[in-house]
Design a protein around this ligand. Structure first.
Ligand SMILES: CC(C)(COP(=O)(O)OP(=O)(O)OC[C@H]1O[C@@H](n2cnc3c(N)ncnc32)[C@H](O)[C@@H]1OP(=O)(O)O)[C@@H](O)C(=O)NCCC(=O)NCCS
Length: 155
């Protein structure tokens, strides 16, 4: 998995809006994989690999991780796909499945997505997954100002 992690996160197109996520080497990818794996061991959930059924090729990642947002513990929805797989509805399908899963399995943590204002595709995915704009939660993130989308904006 660390090979697809590196391939996707070293492509400037996939990190255009979030350059702080860019990986510079396979070693960095292995370290990130260990952090993601540790998250699964700690909480029993994290980021999934997305593939076509019956196909080994790893097309992208989608999942949730707990984090602090404005001093509150939330569940952050993440998705990033190989550029060759964009525009086929994969991210919308994966994010919708993860949001549904999170509502059932981690109901205590509010589900949010942090999206850069210029990242229209990501905003569309958040909306398709059932989240809505929550302007009152907007915050400066690792790469600048983030727009927040939330499953329950009034929470
Ligand atoms: C954002 C991303 C996951 C979308 O993946 P995808 O599989 O192409 O998304 P989908 O095919 O499900 O398309 C979702 C919507 O975005 C729209 N869209 C896709 N690419 C777009 C683009 N470049 N510009 C504008 N809209 C776009 C689609 O038309 C669709 O719109 P609709 O809901 O009105 O039909 C993908 O572009 C990506 O991996 N980007 C880099 C990583 C990233 O930015 N992740 C989010 C960090 S917050």
């Amino acid at each position: 998995m660390s090979h697809s992690l590196f391939a996707i996160h070293s492509d400037p197109r996939a990190c255009l809006h979030n350059p702080s996520d860019t990986l510079a080497s396979q070693e960095e990818a292995e370290s990130l994989f260990r952090r993601w794996d540790e998250q699964w061991r700690r909480c029993g959930y994290g980021y999934w690999v997305v593939r076509y059924q019956g196909c080994a090729r790893q097309l992208g990642f989608c999942g949730v991780m707990p984090m602090e947002l404005n001093g509150r513990r939330v569940l952050n929805l993440f998705y990033r796909f190989d550029a060759s797989a964009w525009g086929q509805g994969l991210a919308s399908e994966a994010a919708t499945a993860v949001a549904t899963w999170a509502a059932l399995r981690v109901p205590d943590l509010p589900l949010v997505a942090r999206v850069r204002p210029a990242n229209i595709a990501s905003q569309r995915v958040a909306l398709r997954a059932g989240l809505a704009r929550a302007e009152h939660l907007d915050v400066t993130g690792f790469d600048g100002f983030d727009w927040i989308f939330a499953a329950n904006p009034s929470d």
